[in-house]
Structure formats: structure tokens, C-alpha cells
Design a protein around this ligand. Structure first.
Ligand code: NAD
Length: 316
């Protein structure tokens, strides 16, 4: 397989916890040549760029600056982390409405300077905002993607690796559907170094019945809220998830990641954004990678699509 040479101009809109940690993660991984931080609070973007610049002598050569929407010209990836997280007492719908208003304003500013590249939505609710951004920009579905359940899939693999006492890199599994309460663990395809979990569990001495599976799936769902309770925000693992997606795009790796995108037909689902295993390269999503789902997984995916659609219908 031909590996494309890294070029890598990245614009990050929103330099809060997630945006700045993402800039740091990308600078550490050395996959990009240029990062521009844009924020409504310009001094915040300036400060974050300076802070990372002051460590460049210890890592790779690159350009990190603050900037504005005109920097979107010739960007390979435009990452959107702008908008707020959920405040105590605020409903998911209130957050969706607030961030949707920010996105409506932002889409026009992005398109005024857009020359290509992939738009990567991180702000929550990520599926609803990915849908909104794709519709507002009119770009092809594969060019506007959301981080979706890439983070949830990583949490799933981590929790399974802890339970099974196996290196997380040898544990493979996907969470699909909504990044949120209705997400769906694909137990039928989960495997450890190629051995399906059902077979693995029959020889492993550890407990691994439905009770354990339900606990792990619930822990994945509750992870974000738990971290927010402990420290106020989540940013390290999402920054690493973003770094992984950006790497797949810049190096055109044809990596399969559970990003969110507007689905039109896969699994009988249409006109909603949600996460499915997707082949990612420099064009964005090359194609949805069709995996066989059990009937109960397919039904849960349809329920998840319905739930996301309800919020989309309320804010559009
Ligand atoms: P934050 O409040 O620390 O940062 C948000 C930043 O956006 C602030 O610096 C703010 O000034 C900026 N901003 C607001 N409106 C803007 C606009 N119109 N243009 C430019 N900048 C603007 O929040 P955070 O913790 O960094 O989280 C950011 C978003 O990421 C939230 O919506 C959060 O829920 C989401 N998030 C998503 C995931 C995921 O898995 N998808 C994980 C963690 C956080």
C-alpha cells in the first residue's frame, strides 16, 4: 500500500481544554507541519500557541500560531472543538441548541475560506453537530466527519483489556451509533488477537457473562460523566483520538475508525449522523466498512439513529 507523505496544515477552532490538548498531542506526535489555533478569545489561542512553542526545542520542528478563519485556506484538516460542554443542570437539548447556534455562525465563516480538506467535528453533541455542519456546508458526507465513538471504542478496549488482563493493543472492538447513552457495543465482532470474545471467554477462567458485559458497556457510557465529576472536563483521551484520526487523514492510511458521518443507506439507516466503522484516508471517509451485526445489535443501532434524529429535528 502506498503511504502518502505527511504535509499537514491543521486549523483547530476552539482552544479550550480539548483544542489546546489536541494541539499538544499533535505537536508531540509530529504528524503535522503546521497548527493554527483559532478562538473567540484570541488571547487564549495566543497563550496556548506560545506555551507549546516554548517546548519545540525538545520535539519536532513545526509551526504553531494563533490565527483566524482566513487560515482555513489550504488546511488539510479543520478541527472544531468550539462551544461549551454541559453545565450542571443543563439538559443535553439545551447544550445542543447552544452549540448549534455557534455552528450556524461558524459554518459560513469556514466556507468563506475553505479550499478542501476534512472538517472534523468534536464539539458535543457530536453526531447532531456533524449532521448540522455537513448540511450547512453542503460538502460531501465523507468530508465532514465527527470524532463519534472513536473515544468510546478506545474506552471499550481499555476496559476489556483490564478485565481480560491482555494488552489493550491486542483487544479489538467497536462501539457504534450515538456518542452517548444509546451507543451500541458490537460484542459479536469483539476479538482478542483474532479470537472472537465468545470463544475467548469459554476458555478464560475470568468471569465474563452477560452481567460483566453489561457492566463494561455501562462503564464505557458513564466514563465521560465520571471524569467530569472528578476533574471538570475530559481532554487527554479525546485529544489522542483526534490525533489518531488526523494521522489517518494526513498519511492516507485507510484506517478503520468509528467516526461519525451522515449515513445514507447503510444498515437501512438514512439522513442521520452516527458512528460506523469507516475507512479513513486523505479524502476523509472513503467508505463505510460493512460488518455483520447480530439482530439485537442492528435493532439497537436503529434505536440509536432514531434518538439522534429526534434531537436533529428539534434544532434544525
Ligand atoms: P472549553 O470551554 O474549555 O473550550 C471551548 C472553547 O471554545 C473556549 O476557549 C471558547 O472561547 C471557544 N469558543 C466558543 N465559541 C466559539 C466560537 N464561536 N468561535 C471560536 N471559539 C469559540 O471546552 P472543552 O472542554 O475544550 O470542550 C469543547 C467541546 O468539546 C465541548 O462541546 C465538549 O462537550 C466537547 N467534547 C467532546 C468530546 C467527544 O468525545 N466528542 C470529548 C470531550 C469534549
Amino acid at each position: 500500500m502506498q503511504i502518502a507523505k505527511t504535509k499537514g496544515k491543521i486549523v483547530i477552532i476552539g482552544s479550550g481544554f480539548v483544542g489546546s490538548t489536541t494541539a499538544f498531542a499533535i505537536s508531540m506526535s509530529g504528524i503535522a507541519s503546521e497548527i493554527i489555533l483559532v478562538d473567540a478569545n484570541k488571547e487564549k489561542a495566543m497563550g496556548e500557541a506560545l506555551d507549546i512553542n516554548h517546548g519545540l526545542s525538545f520535539i519536532s520542528q513545526m509551526i504553531i500560531t494563533d490565527g483566524d478563519y482566513s487560515d482555513i485556506k489550504e488546511a488539510d484538516v479543520i478541527i472544531i472543538t468550539a462551544g461549551s460542554g454541559r453545565k450542571p443542570g443543563e439538559s443535553r437539548f439545551d447544550l445542543a441548541k447552544k452549540n448549534a447556534d455557534i455552528f450556524k455562525d461558524m459554518a459560513a465563516k469556514i466556507m468563506a475560506h475553505y479550499t478542501g480538506g476534512v472538517i472534523l467535528v468534536v464539539s458535543n453533541p457530536v453526531d447532531v453537530l456533524t449532521y448540522l455542519m455537513q448540511k450547512l456546508t453542503g460538502l460531501p458526507e465523507g468530508k465532514v466527519i465527527g470524532t463519534g465513538t472513536v473515544l468510546d471504542s478506545s474506552r471499550f478496549r481499555y476496559l476489556l483489556s483490564e478485565h481480560c488482563k491482555i494488552d489493550v493493543r491486542n483487544v479489538h472492538g467497536y462501539i457504534i451509533g450515538e456518542h452517548g447513552d444509546s451507543e451500541v457495543p458490537v460484542w459479536s465482532a469483539t476479538n482478542i488477537a483474532g479470537k472472537l470474545l465468545d470463544q475467548y471467554c469459554s476458555v478464560c477462567k475470568n468471569r465474563c457473562g452477560n452481567v460483566e458485559r453489561e457492566r463494561i458497556a455501562k462503564d464505557v457510557k458513564d466514563s465521560g460523566a465520571k471524569i467530569i465529576k472528578y476533574k471538570g472536563a475530559t481532554y487527554y483521551a479525546i485529544a489522542l483520538s483526534i490525533n489518531r484520526i488526523v494521522e489517518a487523514i494526513l498519511k492516507s492510511q485507510n484506517s478503520i475508525l468509528t467516526v461519525s458521518s451522515v449515513i445514507n443507506g447503510a444498515y437501512g439507516i438514512s439522513d442521520v449522523a452516527l458512528s460506523l466503522p469507516s475507512v479513513i484516508n486523505s479524502s476523509g471517509i472513503e467508505k463505510i466498512y460493512d460488518i455483520v451485526l447480530r439482530e439485537e445489535e442492528l435493532n439497537a443501532l436503529h434505536d440509536s439513529a432514531k434518538k439522534i434524529k429526534e434531537t436533529i429535528d428539534k434544532i434544525m
